[in-house]
Design a binder for this molecule. Structure first.
Ligand SMILES: [Zn+2]
Ligand SMILES: [Zn+2]
Length: 184
């Protein structure tokens, strides 16, 4: 048996009872070590920390109690599931037309060029038609112009000249200064 006769040979019945209690405690302790290891694996991703939790539980009972106090409150599966649900919810909201600023999470419209809350740039306007462009687009889907291409300069220049004819002096002066100075 596990213990020598503590109370003398005559008390064999008492010795048997003590042995049984000790055996019971050892079984409980081993079960707690296993439970701590299994529980840590479900809550902790780092194998080092799982090893630490299992090692701590080798201290009979106290190790497991300490582990139960400091263990992470959630299962890893629950955390993963919640993250997936959040992503799905965000995707659903984006489909409906609800967009958030990626910098400050302020609610913005789909065609905002700049976040009204944090003032940061969200999208570039098309150089030709001025509509907001998604950064992933290679051409403007509204006017078919290539993104990054120069705006159609001749049309704008002509328009400026037409307004210039209404006020010849100011227009001529403006063009003269614009021509003489390099573009700043
Ligand atoms: Zn913002
Ligand atoms: Zn365009």
């Amino acid at each position: 048996m596990l213990t020598p006769a503590i109370f003398g040979i005559n008390n064999s019945g008492l010795n048997l009872a003590i042995d049984l209690v000790l055996l019971f405690l050892v079984v409980i302790w081993l079960a707690l070590v296993y439970w701590t290891y299994a529980d840590a694996r479900r809550r902790i991703a780092d194998p080092m920390l799982i090893g630490c939790a299992a090692a701590a539980s080798l201290f009979p009972f106290i190790g497991t109690i300490v582990y139960m106090i400091v263990r992470p409150p959630e299962y890893l599966d629950d955390v993963r599931e919640r993250d997936l649900e959040m992503q799905a919810a965000e995707a659903r909201l984006a489909e409906v037309g609800y967009h958030l600023c990626p910098h400050c999470d302020y609610e913005v419209e789909k065609d905002f060029l700049r976040c009204p809350s944090c003032m940061r740039k969200l999208k570039d306007p098309c150089t030709t038609c001025g509509r907001p462009l998604d950064p992933a687009w290679k051409i403007c889907p509204y006017c078919e112009s290539e993104i990054g291409a120069a705006p159609p300069a001749p049309r704008r220049a002509r328009r400026r000249r037409e307004t210039g004819t209404e006020q010849p002096v100011a227009g001529a002066a403006g063009e003269a200064t614009a021509g003489s100075q390099p573009v700043s």
